[in-house]
Design a protein around this ligand. Structure first.
Ligand code: NAD
Length: 299
């Protein structure tokens, strides 16, 4: 603990750059954002990071308990609105109420998504379930399309905006998720490209993010059902479940010593939401430790 040449030891520690954006300037100062699926997981991490960077955030979700608890904990920078993204009236209300409260919308993060039933009996295309397909498409694809529609109707008059859609590595390659989920995430990439083309002339950017495995409730529930365990849906994963999944994901990934967390996806969203990415549009930002570009199939 002796000082070196009069300098206390702690000042010789190299600066921690892993959280650089969180400690640098307010990159979203004055911005108004909506985060769908913002009550938990990746959405929650984005809500927290956007608020940290000076944005006012509207959390939209169907999980009213976690959504309003999170909003209360971040008051007055965050509010909660119940919104099922697959219902147009809900999406319309969400965007309309955001603009009446704050006067504008700068960032729309269409992040809500569902994985569907992962149990072994449902995995084969031979057991394809049309009802399950409809449910997944309604939330993952129609929900994103409705989010883009209503965000763009208020962004176009302002001639600025950033729309970010959560896809998945299952939107880039096959063999990583249930058929319907994979189809839905591929569709998000198509929607992103098409709308980036159309909305570009209004200076509205549209991009997607494709995460690999993050130990959220979505993945923990998939893990339960694929293991044919009790399968009762968890609202928030336990510490042990998170560690087990993180270890499993590290075993699949290329960056084996690095653990992918919700906050890493939130950092990607922050980049796409902020001025730093002002010339990036129609892009799919893959956050997967390199797995989709270095392996053909892991499933
Ligand atoms: P999560 O289950 O922790 O969070 C998803 C949130 O979306 C929940 O709060 C849920 O209540 C909400 N939601 C579900 N249906 C909704 C609806 N109809 N309307 C509004 N909200 C709804 O899961 P997550 O991992 O944080 O997932 C977020 C996004 O990331 C999803 O689109 C998912 O497909 C995608 N994703 C996740 C992973 C991963 O490994 N966790 C990987 C790739 C992509």
């Amino acid at each position: 603990d002796r000082p070196i040449q009069g300098v206390p030891l702690h000042t010789t520690t190299p600066p921690d750059t892993t959280n650089l954006s969180s400690s640098s300037l307010n990159r979203l100062e004055g911005k108004i954002a909506i985060v769908t699926g913002g009550a938990k997981g990746i959405g929650e991490a984005a809500v927290r990071l956007f608020v940290k960077h000076g944005a006012k955030v509207v959390i939209a979700d169907v999980d009213d308990t976690h959504g309003s608890n999170l909003a209360n904990s971040l008051f007055p920078s965050a509010t909660y609105v119940h919104c099922d993204v697959s219902i147009e009236q809900d999406m319309d209300n969400l965007v309309t109420s955001t603009v009446s409260k704050y006067g504008k919308l700068d960032i729309m993060f269409n992040n809500a998504g569902v994985l569907g039933d992962q149990s072994n009996s449902k995995k084969s295309i031979v057991n394809f379930d049309p009802d399950e397909f409809d449910m997944i498409m309604r939330v993952n694809v129609k929900g994103v399309a409705l989010g883009i529609k209503h965000a763009s109707r208020v962004m176009i008059p302002n001639g600025i905006g950033s729309i970010i859609n959560t896809a998945s590595v299952a939107g880039v390659m096959g063999g990583l998720g249930p058929h319907s989920y994979t189809a839905s995430k591929h569709a998000i990439l198509g929607l992103t490209k098409n709308t980036a083309c159309e909305l570009g002339r209004h200076d509205i950017r549209v991009n997607s993010i494709s995460p690999f495995g993050v130990a959220t409730s979505l993945l923990v529930n998939a893990w339960h059902t694929s293991e044919e365990a009790e399968g009762n849906n968890v609202n928030l994963p336990s510490h042990e479940e998170v560690e087990k999944i993180e270890e499993f994901v590290r075993g699949l990934a290329n960056l084996r010593g690095v653990t992918l967390r919700s906050s890493d996806i939130a950092e990607a969203a922050l980049f796409l939401a902020s001025e730093e990415s002002k010339y990036v549009s129609g892009h799919n930002l893959v956050v997967d430790g390199g797995i989709t570009s270095t392996r053909n199939c892991i499933g």
